[in-house]
Design a protein around this ligand. Structure first.
Ligand SMILES: [Zn+2]
Length: 322
C-alpha cells in the first residue's frame, strides 16, 4: 500500500516535470521531488528498510550511550570506592582512605562529573570515609546516605569529625540508610538491604548494603559487612540474587559466608584491596570459596580500577592493568 503510494507520487512528479518547462514549473518540480524524497524516507523507516533520520530530532531514537550504565570500582589501595553511572546520574560509594581523595577527585573530573546525585558513606571507618571530606567539598552533592550510629559506635578520631563537618557544609540532604528504601538513579534503581539493626558491636556490621538494578543486570554493594550482618540480611528474605558482587570487607574471611554467597550466586566478583596489604586481603579461603560460584573474580590490587558496563542485558568488564 505505502510502496504504491510512493510510486504514484513519483509518477505525478514526472508528469509535472515533462509538461511544465517554465521557471515556475521547475520550482514546482523541485518541491515535488523533495516532498517525494521525504515521504519515501519516512515510509521506508516505518517499514524498517532504514533508520528514521529524524528520530534524533523527535527524541525517539534510543542510543546506547543515552541508555547505559556502568559501575567503576576505583583503585584506592586498601579501601573502598565505587562509582555508579546511569543515564548521566551518578552515585559514589565511599572514597578510600585519607590521602586517596586526589585519586578519587581526579577520576571523577576525568569523567566530566560535576554533580553527585548520591554519596553513600557505607560505614565510618577511615578506609571508606577518609577521602570523602574533600570529595564533598569538590563536587555538588545532592544526597548523602549513611547508617545512623548509636553514641557508643561513633568514632572519636579526626577523620570522622572532618567527615561530619564536610557533610554539614555540603548542604546535601542527609538520609539514614533504612532497609527497604529504594531510590532511582537514571533509569536504574537501588535498594537498601542493610544494616538491619543498629546495635552492632563492630561498625563493619553497620555497613550500608545495597543492590542496584539496571534492566536485567544487578550489582550488590556490601561495604565491610561481615557474616553477622550477612545473616541478618538473609533473615529479611531480601532478594540477594545478583550478577556482580562487590566482595565484603576486601575479601576478608570474616565476610562472604557460604549461605550469603548461595543467595547471591554471583557471576562476577570484585575485590577492592591494596597490593601486599598487611591484612593479607583477600584471604585465600575466600578466593577459593568464590571459585565455586564463578571463575570471574577481579581485584583492584591486580587489575587497577575496574569498570563493569551494562546495556540492561549484557555485562562488559574492562580494567586498567592489562
Ligand atoms: Zn574497609
Amino acid at each position: 500500500m505505502q510502496k504504491k503510494a510512493i510510486k504514484g507520487v513519483a509518477n505525478a512528479a514526472k508528469k509535472i516535470g515533462k509538461n511544465i518547462k517554465t521557471t515556475k514549473g521547475k520550482i514546482i518540480y523541485a518541491v515535488v521531488l523533495v516532498v517525494v524524497a521525504l515521504a519515501a524516507l519516512l515510509i521506508g523507516s516505518k517499514l524498517g528498510y532504514w533508520e528514521n533520520p529524524f528520530s534524533d530530532i523527535f527524541g525517539t531514537k534510543q542510543t546506547s550511550a543515552a541508555n547505559a550504565c556502568s559501575v567503576h570500582y576505583i583503585d584506592v589501595g586498601q579501601g573502598d570506592c565505587e562509582l555508579v553511572e546511569c543515564d548521566g546520574k551518578y552515585m559514589l560509594i565511599d572514597a578510600g582512605e585519607n590521602g586517596f581523595e586526589t585519586v578519587v577527585i581526579n577520576y571523577l573530573k576525568s569523567h566530566k562529573i560535576e554533580v553527585l546525585d548520591y554519596v553513600v558513606a557505607s560505614h565510618q571507618h577511615s578506609d571508606h570515609i577518609g577521602g570523602l571530606s574533600e570529595v564533598l567539598e569538590a563536587f555538588e552533592v545532592k544526597n548523602i546516605i549513611m547508617p545512623r550510629l548509636t553514641k557508643v559506635q561513633i568514632p572519636t578520631n579526626s577523620t570522622y569529625s572532618d567527615f561530619t563537618k564536610a557533610v554539614k557544609a555540603s548542604g546535601a540532604k542527609v538520609i539514614e540508610a533504612k532497609v527497604g528504601a529504594t531510590y532511582e538513579l537514571g533509569s536504574g534503581e537501588f535498594e537498601i538491604l542493610g544494616p538491619v539493626t543498629n546495635d552492632a558491636e563492630d561498625i563493619n556490621n553497620m555497613s550500608v548494603v545495597m543492590r542496584f538494578d539496571y534492566g536485567e543486570n544487578s550489582f550488590l554493594f556490601t561495604g565491610d559487612a561481615e557474616t553477622e550482618e550477612e545473616n541478618e540480611i538473609l533473615e529479611t528474605d531480601a532478594n540477594l540474587d545478583c550478577d556482580v558482587l562487590k566482595v565484603g570487607h576486601h575479601g576478608s574471611s570474616s565476610s562472604s559466608g557460604k549461605k550469603f554467597l548461595d543467595a547471591v550466586t554471583p557471576e562476577i566478583c570484585v575485590i577492592l584491596c591494596g597490593k601486599d596489604n598487611s591484612y593479607g586481603h583477600p584471604h585465600k579461603e575466600i578466593t577459593k570459596r568464590l571459585k565455586k560460584y564463578t571463575d570471574e573474580t577481579y581485584r583492584t590490587d591486580v587489575c587497577g580500577s575496574i569498570v563493569i558496563s551494562s546495556n540492561g542485558k549484557d555485562l562488559t568488564v574492562d580494567y586498567e592493568n592489562k
